[in-house]
Design a binder for this molecule. Structure first.
Ligand SMILES: C[S@@+](CC[C@H](N)C(=O)[O-])C[C@H]1O[C@@H](n2cnc3c(N)ncnc32)[C@H](O)[C@@H]1O
Length: 196
């Protein structure tokens, strides 16, 4: 009896592991971006510094913050805790982190949608956060520069845009050579034709 229960347990655990691995593989082929979480130091930095930006020209209560590919929504949840008046919206296409996000955002006020962020309307964004991968950055740059209003700020963890100069690159004080937060300020809305 014990052996049968043990075998059943191993079988179910293997099936779950297989489904999760297959899901990760399918998502990497489709979106080219794996699900990896932003480290704590970067989230802490954002919470401490985004306040200045939300006040700079934009009323804090009116701040709209997006996370493109929000994973389990940890960045948005942390920001919403710091700035309860912001509207925090995340888009996540991979069902596994989406389920985690939906479980974590209960009673936080953060909104998460299972949607392709390339189809998002970001014209009302004050802040956009993303942690993606090198190969998608040209397309994401076009999306942001054609939609974001002047005054908006983009924080890209780990990766830079090919044709957009960051105004700041923030390093981890404990690992200055590691991944950085790249800060971009929108000065004007680019016309799609001028984008590469
Ligand atoms: C590196 S993870 C970052 C997760 C989260 N932003 C964080 O910082 O903890 C990138 C996420 O973007 C999602 N993603 C990639 N392309 C997407 C798309 N076109 N639409 C929605 N989500 C996407 C992936 O599924 C993945 O979970």
């Amino acid at each position: 009896m014990v052996i049968i229960v043990l075998l059943l347990f191993i079988l179910i655990a293997s099936a779950v592991a297989l489904v999760l691995s297959l899901n990760a593989l399918i998502n990497i082929f489709r979106d080219k971006v794996p699900y990896v979480s932003t480290p704590k130091w970067a989230i802490d930095w954002l919470c401490q510094h985004a306040s200045l930006l939300l006040q700079g020209g934009v009323a804090r209560s009116a701040g709209v913050v997006y996370d493109l590919g929000c994973g389990d929504a940890r960045v948005l949840i942390a920001l919403k805790k710091y700035f309860p008046d912001i509207t925090a919206i995340g888009y996540e296409r991979n069902w596994w982190p989406y389920i985690l996000a939906k479980a974590r955002i209960r009673r936080t006020g953060v909104k998460v949608y299972r949607r392709n962020f390339y189809k998002a309307d970001l014209k009302n964004a004050d802040i956009v956060f993303c942690f993606l991968i090198h190969s998608v950055m040209p397309k994401v740059e076009n999306l942001l520069r054609s939609q974001l209003k002047p005054g908006a700020t983009v924080y890209s963890y780990g990766f830079t845009f090919p044709n957009w100069q960051p105004t700041e690159r923030i390093a981890n004080p404990n690992n200055p050579k590691g991944s950085k937060i790249n800060v971009y300020r929108v000065t004007e809305r680019a016309k799609p034709a001028t984008l590469k």
